[in-house]
Design a protein around this ligand. Structure first.
Ligand code: GLA
Length: 382
């Protein structure tokens, strides 16, 4: 099967009758640990994956933007100088990124665009972020903006126009990911430390097959709960709360709010601990951090589902103590990520297949991903 870049170029040729001038490509991501910490100004530890979204583009003879989606076989056409207006499905995401450029006073001229991607949607692997970052690089025709700036633009598109109050993790790792490494990102300063993954480590992604449903309202509700606890403590964000102060105030907090905050405080600590544990290939500790993270998402943040708990437990057991597994992403469906040694991969794949057979669901994506580089911008070579 040809990849998104080839498909975007082919769709461009088919739609516009010539080769594109350039190509942008941005990957999806898998978060290894640090869930729902980004919008609390905390720490996350994702890597970019070997799946993403490609945008082939060239100039147009008028001031309009023409777009074709290779995946949907659909088109859109809009005026980038006019105020943002939503349109069905994927079109809103494209218009939203253009809308942020407009809101920031960065003019976009007429363009022809073709888009193709291979990040499964609704799987918690950041298909929208990869689209947003690739589009940001497309509209930044002079190449003047830093990848971090493009990530902020893609996040603003989600926040201001699509209506999802997401944090910065997905867009930032999509823009700045590094091959063979995960990034420890400080979501307050946006500084990122590259942490090479051990050469014998496998990063296995298993999609539960449950696509995120009404996740946006639950996501926004979790975010609001965290902000309410931060306000209670008179701090800017839960990043500034330590475990002792939280424990001392347990009685003053609503029990649900207390548990939400405990997830964030403990998850930040686990995330900060992970890079050294990984560098030392301490598989037992890696497994413990993954298991604690999953339990915290299940019991305190309440964003897992019984089927996902089961899948994470099965994969974790299949590591035989060499690594571990946890749900990754926003929650309520999506994927489990397992970190283990390469030689354990066949056992984990089999365990995943057995899991799906036992619950009578067709296996979804079972993918040992290659931690990959972030945004690529290139001139198209004929
Ligand atoms: C989604 C959001 C991210 C982050 C994760 C949870 O992927 O887009 O900003 O909050 O959920 O860690």
């Amino acid at each position: 099967m040809t990849g998104p870049k080839e498909r975007a170029v082919a769709a461009y040729r088919a739609a516009y009758g010539e080769a594109p001038a350039r190509l942008s490509y941005a990957p999806g991501r898998v978060n290894l640990i640090g869930e729902h910490t980004d919008y609390n100004d905390g720490f996350v530890f994702p890597c970019a994956i070997d799946r993403g979204t490609a945008v082939a583009f060239g100039s147009a003879s008028d001031a309009m933007i023409d777009v074709v989606s290779a995946d949907y076989g659909e088109v859109d056409r809009f005026d980038p100088t006019a105020p943002f207006e939503a349109a069905p499905g994927w079109r809103t995401h494209v218009r939203a990124v253009a809308g942020v450029f407009r809101a920031r006073g960065i003019a976009i001229g007429g363009m022809r665009i073709a888009i193709a991607g291979d990040v499964p949607q609704g799987a918690g692997l950041s298909s929208s972020a990869s689209l947003g970052v690739a589009l940001g690089a497309t509209f930044d025709i002079e190449g003047a903006l830093h990848p971090t700036e493009l990530a902020l633009i893609a996040q603003a598109a989600e926040n201001d126009f699509v209506g999802c109050a997401c944090g910065i993790m997905d867009q930032l790792i999509s823009a700045r990911g590094e091959a063979g490494a995960a990034l420890l990102i400080d979501c307050r300063s946006l500084e990122a430390r590259s942490v090479p993954l051990p050469a014998d480590m496998a990063v296995l992604i298993v999609h539960s097959g449950i696509t995120r449903g009404l996740v946006d309202s639950a996501y926004n509700e979790r975010r609001a709960a965290c902000e309410a606890v931060a306000a209670h403590f008179g701090i800017g964000a839960l990043r500034d709360l330590d475990a002792a102060s939280l424990a001392a105030n347990e009685g003053a907090l609503d029990p649900v709010a207390f548990r939400r905050a405990r997830h964030v405080v403990t998850e930040n600590a686990r995330t900060l601990a992970m890079p050294a544990v990984l560098a030392a290939s301490d598989w037992t500790r890696i497994g413990a951090l993954m298991a604690e993270s999953h339990a915290s998402m299940r019991d305190d943040f309440e964003i897992t589902l019984p089927e996902i708990d089961q899948l994470a437990g099965t994969l974790s057991a299949a590591t035989g103590g060499v690594g571990g597994a946890r749900m990754t992403g926003g929650g309520f469906g999506g994927c489990v990520v397992a970190l283990t040694r390469q030689d354990r991969l066949p056992a984990l794949r089999q365990a995943a297949l057995d899991h799906f057979a036992a619950i009578g669901r067709a296996p979804g994506l079972i993918h040992a991903c290659r931690p990959s580089a972030g945004l690529e911008r290139s001139r198209y070579q004929n």
